[in-house]
Design a protein around this ligand. Structure first.
Ligand SMILES: Nc1ncnc2c1ncn2[C@@H]1O[C@H](COP(=O)(O)OP(=O)(O)OP(=O)(O)O)[C@@H](O)[C@H]1O
Length: 273
């Protein structure tokens, strides 16, 4: 199932690049300040940091759910900030998104929710009428199967567990045929077992399909276990960008400030400072 990598782009060109991105909501303190980094195709990146650090804002600026105040974002060779409505819609088909609270339509079935991932490819009328072709339905079933939800295909989503709902969220993102999946706290509402299953699926789709994944996480242990690379954010600034091996206790203390003591105890000996 390996995706054809980088057909049009040069091999060395990043899939995503942020240059000096700053976001002010109100007032004089920015939620993001001068953020720059680039992401290669296929990377699995975790963004960590305390509550209010700017993780969610960062993710949402990438697909312009939130407009950055200044700076440039390039995705797949296109300058995202310049896109008008129709081009933006096209861009968003290539960027799947997964949310903490799943964002499913509870009264609809699993397959109907998954097919919603195709809406970006349709005219508004076809979307409203729920018109999906045979190929799309077959693809939906295949992906649902892949996420271990075969038994639930026609179940209403309000009858699912949190972990199953999040798997529907992943399936809905995958049917978009995305190059990038942004995950905003995907396991924050799940118990440890369901959280592990979700992280395993995310890691798996990234590895087998070559999809780039950026995931906001509260759990440093999960970031350490699953990521190729960790970006640490504090007060809207990047304070760490490197491999999990390079994330020392001192750096965790810098990222989390006063919250870091409990964290270090949780992480054990290796991170004690
Ligand atoms: N819509 C908004 N209007 C005004 N300020 C906002 C808005 N959304 C976020 N902020 C502020 O921007 C800052 C960054 O918030 P953001 O939600 O991006 O952080 P976060 O790291 O994702 O936090 P959490 O882990 O709690 O979700 C915070 O100070 C927050 O209060």
């Amino acid at each position: 199932m390996k995706r054809e990598l980088g057909v049009k782009r040069e091999l060395s060109m990043p899939l995503l690049e942020l240059r000096n991105v700053t976001k002010y909501y109100h007032g004089t303190t920015p939620a993001l300040e001068d953020i720059s980094f680039s992401v290669a195709e296929g990377e699995f990146i975790s963004v960590i940091g305390p509550s209010g650090a700017g993780k969610s804002t960062l993710l949402r600026c990438i697909n312009r759910m939130i407009e950055a105040t200044s700076g440039e974002i390039t995705f797949d060779g296109v300058l995202v900030s310049k896109l008008r409505k129709r081009e933006l819609r096209k861009l968003r088909t290539k960027i799947g998104m997964i949310f903490q609270h799943y964002n499913l339509v509870d009264r609809l079935s699993v397959i109907e929710n998954v097919l919603h991932g195709r809406l970006g490819y349709k005219s508004t009328l076809a979307g409203v009428m729920g018109r999906y072709n045979r190929e799309e339905k077959q693809q939906a079933i295949k992906i649902i199967d892949l996420l271990g939800l075969r038994e639930q295909v026609y179940k209403r989503c309000d009858q699912l567990s949190g972990g199953q709902k999040q798997r529907v969220g992943i399936a809905r993102a995958l049917i978009q045929d995305p190059k990038l999946i942004l995950c905003d706290e995907p396991i924050a509402s799940l118990d440890p077992n369901a959280a592990k299953i979700i992280m395993d699926y995310l890691r798996d789709v990234s590895a087998t399909m070559g999809i780039t994944v950026i995931v906001n996480l509260h759990q440093v242990s999960m970031a350490l276990k699953y990521s190729d690379r960790i970006i640490g954010v504090n007060q809207g600034k990047i304070v760490f960008d490197g491999s999990p091996n390079a994330l020392t206790g001192e750096i965790i203390a810098e990222i989390y400030g006063s919250e870091s003591n409990d964290l270090m105890v949780e992480l054990g000996e290796k991170y004690a400072i």
